[in-house]
Design a protein around this ligand. Structure first.
Ligand code: ZN
Length: 611
């Protein structure tokens, strides 16, 4: 994910603030194992009905039919969360009118926990359970209906048998009006509007758009990409052309990292809605769902969001930490590795943008500097801890810090690997190697797998101290020593600082608070004073900040500073002294860099290594 607020999106990271974003307690059953293990079931089929009448009521009708030969109870659960959205949501809370029949007759059922139903077929062979599902939550992990549209996630509505293997095939038939469309990553089952999945994991990883929306397709990296956007007309003409241009630029550099396209086709599913604050994406194996506030359509953030979510189809949907292999849907599944799954995904989103030509080298360095500033301003937190903590939405500002900080850890590792290998290897080798050695062998990666791959790419260099200080530890990142290895350096200007917080009112700019010991405090500025000018520059000058920096940027700390204020009816000229504070951190090419460092810098920007 990605939030813009950063969220799944890894990027952006925002979460929706709508009904249903909840951080409830976990959901484990109190029932004994024998009670909570379902009888085996087979011939599983789901039916989803969403017509114009359902749209008006903002609900979906769902049924599940299966056969069973056991006389034991069938125990069915709904997931408590959706992979990629690392929080407990308990989708069962939107279920109403639950009903169960067997061989056409009502059968008894009860609840074992808030996500789990126990059905007693009593020897009957063919069982059907059905319910209605309220679709009123604008969130890329939940269900959301409008009069002409539905977003539906499989985790919301597809029940699974508790304690039984997830590797069962299932069919889904969508019943909707004849003039409405369906978009999903699921494969056609041959019949119209009927789809199939070979495992429950696939089934719930392929959300649906149903209704009226725009969709078009293009070949990118020799596979079909579909672009489905709701509402119809929300992304049209030049804006749509530009979105396609971005997709065609960011996908090939990502394919180059892994050496293969992992999907037969990929669907970008995008909703634009004015009630949504920020922008957010949620990744799946061959699709992703974006929700954007209108101001994000065509913004600089848009290609970053696409690049982030699509990179996830390799990193996390396929290559993922062993802690999340396989996914478990009934309870939280924390891992200390989200800094790789999300943060390094975000590093590759930046790389895809620069390698694909969406941004230039300067733009890439600006994206990097933005992350350094964000991490510098936040509370110190270890990447492993931030990764684990996200499930409980900590309030100290570190909830999504594994995105920018993990991305920066990716840059550090990339530089150190390239330096140690004379630019013959890179972080790309680590990602591609683990994709082959873990994912392709049907398992997740462990800490040993990760650090062995990093060390091996870096010519045997040990990363134990790096891990202890910067991944498991909270030390500030070593920019001063690592950036020069890639011909880069930090540049931080001093900016003159008065030390006041102000507010604009009808009479001008009024001082609210004064920092003790600041330039303003020492000059005698008081709360309630109106600022008129500082160093002869009027505070209402549109270019005030730039003019102050131009006039005083090269001055000495303590140089005289005239502060003109209004206090009541008086205008006073106070004599202050210049103080400086550190400004924004920038990352820039180092003009003194040697040939090896320049080669490493170019290698990162272009995705190349020495041969
Ligand atoms: Zn993400």
């Amino acid at each position: 994910m990605n939030p813009s607020n950063r969220r799944r999106v890894g990027v952006l990271f925002t979460m929706s603030a709508i009904a249903g974003s909840s951080a409830n307690a976990q959901t484990t059953s109190s029932a004994s194992p024998s009670d909570s293990t379902s009888a085996p079931i087979r011939d599983v089929r789901y039916d989803v009905t969403f017509t114009k009448a359902h749209a008006q009521a903002r609900l979906v009708e769902v049924s599940m039919t299966f056969s069973t030969t056991s006389s034991s109870p069938v125990v069915l659960s709904l997931p408590a969360w959706t992979p990629g959205a690392y929080e407990i949501t308990n989708y069962a809370r939107w279920v109403t009118a639950f009903n169960a029949t067997a061989d056409g007759r009502p059968v008894s059922w009860d609840k074992l926990d808030y996500d789990t139903w126990r059905i007693r077929p009593a020897g009957a062979k063919s069982v059907k359970v059905s319910f209605r599902y309220a679709a009123d939550s604008l969130d890329n992990a939940i269900a959301w209906a409008k009069p002409d549209f539905l977003l539906l996630n499989g985790t919301n509505v597809f029940l699974f048998p508790e304690g039984q293997p997830a590797e069962y095939a299932a069919t889904v038939e969508i019943h909707t009006d004849g003039d409405w469309r369906i978009a999903t990553g699921m494969s056609s089952a041959g019949q119209p509007r009927t789809f199939s999945a070979s495992t429950y994991h696939d089934l719930v990883d392929m959300p649906f758009f149903i209704g009226k929306f725009d969709v078009d397709s293009a070949r990118v990296s020799e596979k079909w990409i579909r672009y489905a956007t709701y509402p119809a007309g929300s992304v049209s003409s030049s804006v749509r052309q530009s979105a396609w241009d971005q997709l065609k630029k960011v996908i090939p550099p990502e394919v180059a990292v892994f050496g293969e396209v992992p999907w037969d086709s990929y669907t970008v599913m995008q909703i634009v809605d004015s009630s949504y604050m920020g922008a957010s994406g949620l990744e799946h194996q061959n699709s992703h769902v974006d929700i954007l506030g209108p101001q994000y359509v065509g913004s600089e953030f848009q290609p970053s969001l696409y690049a982030h979510e699509i990179f996830h189809s390799w990193n996390v949907k396929r290559l993922r930490p062993a802690d999340m292999w396989p996914y478990r849907y009934s309870r939280p599944q924390p891992t200390p590795w989200l800094w790789v799954s999300e943060g390094i995904t975000d590093y590759y989103a930046d790389l895809a943008e620069v390698r694909g030509g969406v941004v230039d080298a300067k733009g890439f360095l600006a994206l990097t500097a933005e992350k350094i500033n964000e991490v510098t301003a936040a509370a110190p937190v270890a990447l492993q801890d931030a990764s684990l903590n996200t499930w409980v939405h900590p309030i100290d500002g570190t909830e999504y810090l594994y995105y920018p900080k993990g991305s920066l850890a990716g840059l550090l590792l990339d530089i150190m690997i390239r330096d140690a290998s004379d630019n013959k290897k890179s972080l790309d080798d680590v990602m591609r190697g683990l994709y082959q050695s873990a994912y392709k062998r049907g398992k997740g990666f462990t800490a040993m797998d990760w650090w062995t791959a990093v060390s091996s790419a870096a010519n045997g260099k040990s990363f134990a101290a790096f891990d202890a200080a910067y991944i498991d530890g909270r030390e500030p990142f070593p920019w001063e020593t690592v950036l020069p290895l890639a011909g880069l350096r930090i540049h931080q200007e001093r900016v003159p600082r008065l030390g006041v917080t102000t507010q604009q009112d009808a009479a001008g700019i009024v001082v609210r608070d004064i920092a003790p010991g600041s330039s303003a405090a020492r000059a005698g500025v008081r709360p309630g004073d109106y600022l008129v000018s500082i160093g002869d520059i009027a505070v209402d000058d549109q270019q005030f900040g730039a003019r102050i920096r131009a006039k005083y940027g090269a001055s000495m700390e303590g140089a005289p500073l005239a502060i003109k204020i209004r206090r009541g009816a008086e205008t006073l000229m106070l004599q202050g002294e210049l103080q400086f504070a550190p400004g924004e951190i920038m990352v820039e090419p180092d003009p003194t860099a040697g040939p090896k460092a320049v080669m490493i810098r170019e290698g990162i920007l272009k995705g190349t290594v020495a041969r």
